[in-house]
Design a protein around this ligand. Structure first.
Ligand SMILES: [Zn+2]
Length: 490
């Protein structure tokens, strides 16, 4: 059990618990996946903690959780659950592969040493001489690649590094609202775009105008998206409020304000009249640049006193920075509102945080042997389980197509065929098509027992293998049925 033993995290005897550290991205983050189906896009990354970060009391009051607790906050929906609920399906698959690899290596080593014993025991003077050889190719250890996301940041409340798609509402570690942080990062990038445009020489003004146009558009895109995300979150917290699907209302101050009025909240209420006018003008400018190739029309000329119909709309870096900073003011207000509307206490009481080094195990997802799972249909699982219970362990006997037909008479033939193909694709069995049978004759591989046996009998077949070999070598059994084995081993 040398290989499995390396993965051991607890348990004893046949109830060994194994843990597999999840694969990491090049920058050391691990994949996480929200258990909430509607928390689109669910996928996010969790990195390390900035050790130099100091948490201040004001930040603590906005957190849903004590940072580094054994719980995680879904950054998209705010749901709080145990770390294990956030295991990424890809990591679960990887863990199964790694455990399978370790177990198969152990079985091979055990068989090799068992046969070595057999060879030693068969005396040179006996009438019959038995010699057995086990050869096995070294198994390459499976490797998994993990990618970083573009949007990565450090929570300004607790110092946890994480990555999300687009915009998220909460820090996955402490649960503090992070909308403000997301938008300020966007503004920083926009500032860099403006700087870049400013460095262009006078003969490249067309490119400079285009760069500024893109930066301007990025501000509105981020602003609109942030309002939308916050609005959807607010709706999810107040299911009694019925609303039509959102279109592009948040590109317009009045329509956006109207949407939020359902919550008795105005995201623009901390802007001065001048700031509000600049915000409106910039949103209008965006439409001119986006839809009218930057040519001023009558409606825009009325709003912007310095613009003449037919001229190209004036756009300088300073406008964009101003647009972004007014946008930030609105998002700050939104962030404050979300922090106030959600409970600062965890939704689920957190489990006690263990003292000492165990507390650092946060990222070592643990998987017990009974949780071993593969990504196949439930019928395929049923068939796999059936094969594991009816076959002779360790000596994979073929199962006739007629037996399968009989056992799964209630199922649609096409679905049974598909399920068998799934198991074959997973390397759990091989099949031979026969002329006179509805289903092929199948032969389970050792992997099938590795996958399905723990589910069926509640203990790992890798331990059975050792005991089984001893029983055979002792001469008490020459071939073993699983039911007999249960009597012998309990
Ligand atoms: Zn945090």
């Amino acid at each position: 059990m040398r290989n499995l033993e390396r993965l051991r995290t607890g348990g004893s005897g046949s109830k060994m618990t194994v843990g597999v550290p999840p694969p990491r991205t090049p920058s050391g983050r691990v994949y996480r996946y929200s258990p909430k189906e509607d928390a689109h896009p669910r996928h996010f990354l969790l990195g390390e903690v900035n050790a130099k970060f100091t948490i201040v009391d004001a930040a603590r009051s906005r957190m849903k959780l004590e940072p580094r607790s054994p719980q995680t906050v879904c950054p998209y929906s705010g749901y709080v659950g145990l770390d294990a609920e956030f295991n990424h399906p890809d990591d679960m698959k990887a863990a199964v592969e790694l455990v399978k690899h370790a177990a198969m290596s152990d079985v091979e080593e055990m068989l090799a040493s068992a046969f070595k014993g057999l060879n030693n025991r068969s005396s040179r003077n006996s009438l019959v001489r038995i010699e057995a050889k086990v050869s096995s190719r070294p198994r390459p250890k499976p490797r998994f690649s993990r990618r970083d996301l573009l949007r990565e940041m450090e929570c300004d409340h607790c110092g946890r590094d994480y990555g999300v798609y687009a915009i998220a509402l909460f820090c996955p570690d402490c649960g503090a609202p992070n909308l403000r942080l997301h938008f300020s990062r966007e503004c920083k990038l926009v500032g860099e775009q403006v700087e870049l445009a400013d460095t262009l020489s006078s003969d490249r003004q067309e490119l400079a105008y285009r760069l500024l146009g893109n930066a301007h558009e990025d501000v509105l895109t981020a602003f609109e998206a942030t309002l939308k995300v916050a609005y959807h979150y607010a709706l999810s917290q107040r299911p009694e409020i019925k609303a039509k699907p959102v279109k592009n209302e948040f590109q317009n101050v009045d329509f956006g304000r109207d949407r939020f009025s359902a919550f008795d909240f105005d995201p623009y209420d901390n802007l001065s009249a001048d700031e509000l006018a600049v915000l409106r003008l910039n949103i209008q400018k965006r439409h001119i640049i986006g839809h009218n190739l930057g040519v001023v029309d009558a409606k825009f000329a009325k709003q912007a006193t310095d613009a003449k119909i037919g001229e190209t709309v004036h756009l300088i870096g300073q406008d964009i920075i101003q647009f972004a900073s007014i946008g930030q003011k609105v998002i700050d207000r939104l962030d404050e509102w979300i922090g106030g509307t959600t409970s600062p206490k965890p939704l689920n009481p957190p489990a006690p945080v263990p003292d000492g080094p165990a507390a650092d195990k946060k990222d070592n997802q643990q998987m017990s042997d009974t949780e071993i799972d593969i990504d196949v249909s439930s019928l395929a699982k049923k068939i796999g389980t059936w094969i594991a219970t009816t076959s002779e362990f360790g000596l994979p006997d073929p199962i006739g197509g007629n037996d399968i037909e009989q056992a799964f008479a209630g199922e649609e033939a096409r679905l049974v065929e598909e399920a068998l193909a799934e198991l074959e694709a997973e390397g759990l069995l091989t099949s031979t098509a026969l002329m006179n049978a509805k289903f092929p004759r199948v032969r389970p591989t050792l992997d099938l027992f590795a996958v399905f046996d723990p589910v069926v009998v509640g203990f790992t077949p890798f331990i059975d293998a050792g005991e089984l070999i001893d029983l055979i070598l002792d001469g008490t059994m020459d071939s073993v049925r699983l039911s007999d084995l249960h009597e012998k081993t309990g």
